[in-house]
Ligand binder design. Structure first.
Ligand SMILES: Cc1cc2nc3c(=O)[nH]c(=O)nc-3n(C[C@H](O)[C@H](O)[C@H](O)COP(=O)(O)OP(=O)(O)OC[C@H]3O[C@@H](n4cnc5c(N)ncnc54)[C@H](O)[C@@H]3O)c2cc1C
Length: 447
């Protein structure tokens, strides 16, 4: 059986691994990615200073080296090849193309210069080839105050990267131009805004705690924003993870301001209602909120203006449709039953889904493993039951892609890029430095 996996993030790689690790049905898997390099958000999302989490890619890389698995990078499904064409070349297709578009705030001023999506900022500091380098090279050295909207782990990552000294980042694989720009940043204040209280924030305690451990940043909280109402206090008492977060935040309230060069203002019960500015964002109008008995929030009408010449919106990720396939516009995922793609009540034979584009952007990297294994079980059951459509085309997919002038990066091409990144890193005493230019990656891949 031949299977195409669309997307080489963790869910795609875990799906490929599950397919080749069983011996009942011999399977060959092609993992196709729009980028010349694999691993999706493990490479272009997970914070570069979280070295142990990023090392998951060593585990994923071992799967690419397994017999029966091929990487086909630099191939955009939906552009270079359609999903219908993939189904004509393979017995089955597993869609694992993620959900990495940003959600919007939906408030006036959101599109002012200086207001950016966390997706774009994260892509830039991770060295994504599509990142807008000029934008951040212009914004960071000319900004003094940043507002980060959102209280999930991504917002905490963004806040930490903005508040760290470059000395705390130069051991990572960030491209040199990113380190240079962060070194030239004139940001002294980062305001992290959450519309609900400390008991409702969705960060993990380990990530939160790190904010209080930076070399040159004080953390400031407003005591009146961290008082817990009765339901929040009950939640903190019941749920240990919530209780730990609340303890960390209360600990900050008791700490003196030590006069360090940067300040992280962790704000709760505060929601942005408008961004103000002229040629660039200059401030954020923030409304104080209160929690409602049904677990929501409502505005109090009490307004405050926070000066900000950089605003990073981190209010969630969403998936996008792929031509010719059903899509749930409300949940921004591909509809499925047990990983089998469905269009209304009918199965789309041979088409499967796993990872963020199946579940939405939730869970940790490991969550995608169980998810991908579940989808592969459905696929193998269908193969055993003989309900997979037979591939119509005997032509290898490489021939089709070559006829369209697509420069495919194979596993050996990726290995060459991998080796070049390690060699580049060693020149500056680092384990690796990310190569960010697509052309350079393609040149290296072609030897
Ligand atoms: C900023 C950020 C930080 C995170 N940090 C952590 C962390 O510290 N710890 C943790 O456990 N989890 C973290 N996560 C979550 C984790 O990254 C996700 O759970 C995981 O990456 C989702 O895997 P996926 O394979 O479904 O999608 P992705 O990782 O997004 O992979 C999708 C792949 O599909 C490819 N693709 C997209 N469209 C196409 C197309 N048309 N054709 C071909 N290929 C395509 C993409 O290039 C990508 O390689 C973080 C997420 C983000 C956004």
């Amino acid at each position: 059986m031949r299977v195409a996996v669309v997307g080489s993030g963790p869910s795609g790689v875990y799906a490929a691994d599950a397919l080749v690790s069983q011996d009942e049905i011999p399977v060959e898997v092609d993992i196709i990615d729009r980028l010349p390099v694999p691993f999706g958000l493990v490479r272009y999302g997970v914070a570069p200073d979280h070295l142990s989490i990023r090392s998951v890619r060593d585990t994923l890389n071992k799967v690419l080296a397994k017999p029966g698995v091929r990487f086909l990078g630099n191939v955009v499904v939906g552009q270079d090849v359609s999903t219908a064409e993939l189904l004509a070349h393979y017995d089955a297709v597993v869609l694992t193309y993620g959900a990495s578009r940003d959600r919007r705030l939906g408030i006036p001023g959101e599109d002012l210069d200086g207001s950016v999506a966390a997706t774009d900022f994260v892509a830039w500091y991770c060295g994504h080839p599509d990142a807008d380098r000029e934008l951040f090279e212009r914004l960071l050295p000319t900004a003094t105050s940043a507002v980060v909207v959102g209280v999930g782990n991504v917002a905490v990552d963004v806040t930490r990267v903005l508040a760290k000294t470059v000395g705390e980042l130069d051991h990572t694989d960030m491209p040199q131009h990113v380190l240079d720009t962060l070194a030239a940043s004139s940001i002294t204040d980062v305001h992290l805004l959450g519309r609900r209280g400390p008991a409702q924030a969705t960060f993990t305690t380990k990530e939160l705690k790190e904010l209080g451990e930076l070399i040159d940043a004080d953390v400031i909280v407003h005591p009146d924003e961290i008082e817990l109402d009765e339901p929040s206090a009950a939640l903190a008492a019941e749920d240990r993870a919530v209780g730990r977060n609340v303890d960390v935040i209360r600990g900050w309230a008791d700490r003196p301001n030590t006069g360090r060069g940067r300040r992280i203002h962790v704000r709760f019960l505060s929601r942005p209602v408008e961004l103000l500015g002229d040629d660039r964002v200059r401030s954020v109008v923030v409304e104080r909120t209160r929690l409602t008995p049904d677990g929501g929030v409502e505005g109090t009408g009490q307004m405050e203006e926070i000066a900000a010449d950089l605003v990073v919106r981190s209010v969630g990720y969403r998936g996008t449709p792929l031509e010719g396939l059903p899509f749930d516009e409300r949940r921004n995922v591909i509809p499925h039953v047990d990983g089998r793609v469905v269009d209304g009540d009918s199965p789309v034979r041979g088409m499967y889904v796993a990872g963020w584009i199946k579940r939405g952007p939730t869970g940790i990297i490991g969550t995608n493993k169980k998810d991908a294994v579940g989808t592969v079980e459905s696929l193998l059951a269908d193969a055993r039951a003989g309900v997979l459509p037979a591939p119509a085309s005997p032509e290898p997919i490489e021939d089709l892609l070559a006829s369209r002038g697509v420069d495919v990066v194979t596993t050996s091409g990726w290995d060459a890029i991998d080796a070049a990144e390690q060699a580049l890193g060693q020149q500056s005493g680092r384990e690796r430095t990310t190569i960010h230019e697509r052309d350079r990656m393609l040149e290296i891949a072609q030897g």
